[in-house]
Design a binder for this molecule. Structure first.
Ligand SMILES: *Cc1c(COP(=O)(O)O)cnc(C)c1O
Length: 432
């Protein structure tokens, strides 16, 4: 399998090259040259496969010859080694819980797959890879944890002091010896600016083999399809295909869902659930993609003004606007509705949504009002305990700590405090 750049000006790349470089050299995103057709979906055995077996069948065509089958098998088994249950919330709406991974976030799947691929492709190299990440709390934890204990790779993670929740901070600071947490006395934007500058710093490039572990990387994007295949194993074979509602920011996850349908998985209509950052809802309604700047919301992992993966969706739809509208709807949900939805769903159904899934649930309700015969799956992309203030303010009750994170409180937590300036960061990097 080869990958072309959506900008059309870069040479074709193998999966290994695309995974190692992230973005194509012409600034585009890598996209598979031909899409597999999963003919095994037409028989029924796949419903009984383990998640690891299913993952291997889905991923093998994309990874191709760049890795021995046995290696890919081991990586797949490591990637989906936690449950992905489909849980009914209310009549017509089910939650696909993607928060049972090590950092309670759906990004665990992509991060685990990518980290193990990079480690394999870099095997035998003298120089180890140094992954630099800035995080506002949710995203970086999955990346840091994905690489934790992976040989030949170290992670340096910058997070803003006092601006991440207690569970998030523990997830960032208890990962083990190859993950270094820097607690920066500044904002997330400061952290991100420092990481950006590091990638253009010749002095650092000389000493380190820097990698961004960017969310557009094919090795993070493609394994996200697995949620949908695993969900459909739990869906009654003779029921109508579900409407799939995805809380969306960069649109990588929903694009993976659409790819899964394109390659044979029987999914229904897609609903992109956005917060006040409504670039795509506006585009679908008007046909124009307007320049916007991100606004801060309660569902902050989706505060994205220019969703980078949308170009992959256009590619998947072969730039046919009518087909795009046939497959995809999008809604913008306000913070007020997000809080109201958390409170109401908890009160009426006893189900605790996180702010991102609350955006999804509200969007599902809007879609189902117009299509009452349909059934929707809403992706629960993070555990509510990662956003305890927002959720507790909505329900009036503290968020109970899940058993799976209680052990974090017993682990030694380590972070290096630094001023949020590039000079302080550079000096630390050069002296360590
Ligand atoms: C990253 C993230 C999203 C958005 O996913 P995209 O693939 O960027 O659209 C939604 N919810 C949570 C909790 C996230 O961390």
């Amino acid at each position: 399998m080869h990958y072309f750049s959506t900008n059309g000006l870069a040479p074709l790349a193998s999966f290994a090259t695309a995974a190692a470089t992230g973005q194509a050299p012409d600034g585009g995103l890598y996209f598979p040259e031909s899409l597999p057709q999963h003919t095994w979906l037409q028989r029924s055995e796949w419903r009984g496969w383990t998640a690891a077996e299913l993952a291997l069948h889905v991923m093998q065509p994309y990874v191709g010859q760049s890795m021995p089958l046995q290696q890919l098998q081991a990586i797949c088994a490591d990637t989906v080694n936690f449950p992905f249950p489909l849980v009914p919330i209310s009549p017509g709406i089910q939650s696909l819980e993607l928060f049972h991974g090590p950092t309670l976030a759906f990004k665990d799947v992509g991060a685990r797959f990518m980290s193990r691929c990079l480690a394999w492709y870099n095997r035998g190299s003298q120089q180890r890879i140094t992954v630099l990440v800035a995080t506002s709390g949710d995203t970086g934890g999955a990346v840091a944890h994905g690489f934790s204990g992976v040989e030949g790779v170290e992670v340096i993670i910058l997070y803003p002091e006092g601006k991440v929740s207690p569970v998030q901070e523990l997830q960032l600071t208890t990962c083990g010896p190859n993950v270094h947490a820097l607690r920066m006395a500044g904002s997330f934007d400061d952290c991100q600016a420092i990481v950006k500058q590091a990638f253009t710093d010749a002095q650092l490039q000389q000493r380190y083999q820097l990698s961004s572990a960017n969310s557009i990387n094919v090795a993070r994007w493609l394994p996200q399809q697995l949620y949908y295949f695993i969900a459909m194993q739990q869906w009654p074979p003779d029921a109508a295909p579900p409407v799939v509602v995805v809380p969306s920011g960069n649109f990588g996850n929903i694009c993976a869902a659409m790819l899964a349908r394109r390659t044979g998985l029987p999914l229904g209509h897609f609903v992109a659930a956005c917060n006040a950052n409504d670039t795509i809802p506006h585009y679908l309604a008007s046909g124009t993609l307007r320049e916007q700047t991100a606004v801060a919301t309660l569902s902050n992992a989706m505060d994205v003004a220019r969703p980078s993966n949308f170009v992959r969706i256009l590619q998947l739809m072969q730039h046919q606007h009518a087909q795009l509208l046939d497959w995809l709807s999008a809604y913008s949900i306000s913070d007020a509705t997000t809080s109201e939805t958390i409170a109401r769903v908890y009160r009426q159904h006893g189900y605790l949504l996180d702010p991102h899934a609350a955006v999804g649930y509200a969007a599902a309700e809007l879609y189902l009002q117009k299509h009452p015969a349909d059934t929707a799956i809403v992706l629960e992309t993070a555990h509510p305990v990662k956003f305890p203030e927002v959720v507790a303010a909505a329900t009036g009750q503290p968020v109970p700590l899940p058993a799976s994170v209680q052990h974090l409180f017993a682990l030694p937590s380590q972070a290096t405090p630094l001023p949020a300036t590039y000079d302080a960061f550079l000096q630390w990097m050069l002296e360590r």
